[in-house]
Design a protein around this ligand. Sequence first.
Ligand code: SAM
Length: 354
Amino acid sequence: MANQKHLQELIDKLHIERNLSKEEWISLISGRTPKLSHYLFSLARKERCRHYGTDIYIRGLIEFTNYCRNDCFYCGIRRSNAFVHRYRLSEDDILTCCHTGYLLGFRTFVLQGGEDGFYTDERMVHLIQSVKELYPDCALTLSAGEKSYETYQRFFDAGADRYLLRHETADFSHYKRLHPLCLSAKKRQECLWNLKEIGYQTGTGFMVGSPFQKAEHLAEDMLFIKKLNPHMVGIGPFIPHQDTPFADKKAGTLELTLFMLGLLRLMLPKVLLPATTALGTIAKNGRELGILAGANVVMPNLSPISVRKDYSLYDNKICTGEEAAEGSKALKERMDAIGYQIVTARGDSLISSI
Ligand code: SAM
C-alpha cells in the first residue's frame, strides 16, 4: 500500500513537474496497477481536454510503397521477407487517394512507406509539390525513413509540413537487438534532431513490448522524448509477423500501451498523440481506450483497398471497417459514443516549431 501511495505521488509529481528521473520512471512503469492507471488516465484526459477539448484529429494514411531496403527484425515488409507481394503507388494513384480523402473531410495526408530507392528525391519533390498545389489547405506528413539533412530540407522546401520517424527504442544496445548492424540508434536520433532543426512538426515514437524491452528501456524512451520535445509521439504495441525473425516473440500488451499513452500526455500535455492501428489491432476497442488514456488523433487508412493487405507490418493488421477511411462514419459514431468528436481541421501541433 505504501508503494501504491509512493507511485501515486510520482504521478502527481509528473503532472506538476512534467518530468521524472530514470529511477522514478522505472518504479512507476514496473509498479503500475489498474488503480494507478485509472488515476493516471483521469489526469491525462483533463490535460488533453485543457488543450484540445474533446476534438479528435484525423489523418488520412497513404501507404505508398512496401519496398524497403532495410531489414528490421520485427517488420513484416523487411527486405528479406520474400513472401511479401511488393507494390508501389504511382503519383497519380496517390493523388487519387488524396482526392478521395479530401471529399471525406481529411485535411492531413500522411505518406508512409518503406525506404524505397524508386522514390528518388526528385520524384518525392514532384509528388510533394503536386499534393500541396492541389490541396493547399491540407497538411502533408511524410514517414519515409532516414534521409540526409539535405534531402529532408528539399522535402521541406517543396512543402512537406510534418515528418514521422519513430526512434523505436532510445537504448543503444536494445536498438542493436532489433535491427541489423548497419542501422544505428545514433543515426536515427540524429535524423530526428535534423528534422526539428529544419522546422518540421516532428513525430517520434516506439513500440511497446518489443522483444527484450525492459522498464529501463521505456524509462530511457521517456527521457529521450522529453529532451527532443516532439510535436507528435506515435506508440503502439509490438505485434509479431509470422515471416520475420521475431515470429515467435510475444506481442506488447494493451494495458502497458495505454499506461505509456497516459504518461506521455502528462509529460507533454500539448503533444499530438495517435491511438494507433496496432492498438486497434490487439483490441477491438483499442482506439477508444487509447483516446480515454489521453490520445487525440486517429489515422484511418486511405490506401487503395487492393494494396492494403500487402502493407502488413505485423500479423492481422486491421485495414477495413472503422480503420479504413471509407469507414469514417462508423469511426465517428464510435468516438461520439465515448463523448469525443472527429473534426475536419489540419490539427497542427500547439507546440511551437522553434
Ligand atoms: N520506413 C519508415 C520508417 O522507418 O519510419 C516508415 C515505415 S515503418 C514500417 C513504420 C513503423 O512501423 C515503424 O516505425 C515501426 O515502429 C512500426 N512497426 C514495424 N513493424 C512492426 C511490428 N511488428 N509491430 C508493431 N509496429 C511495427
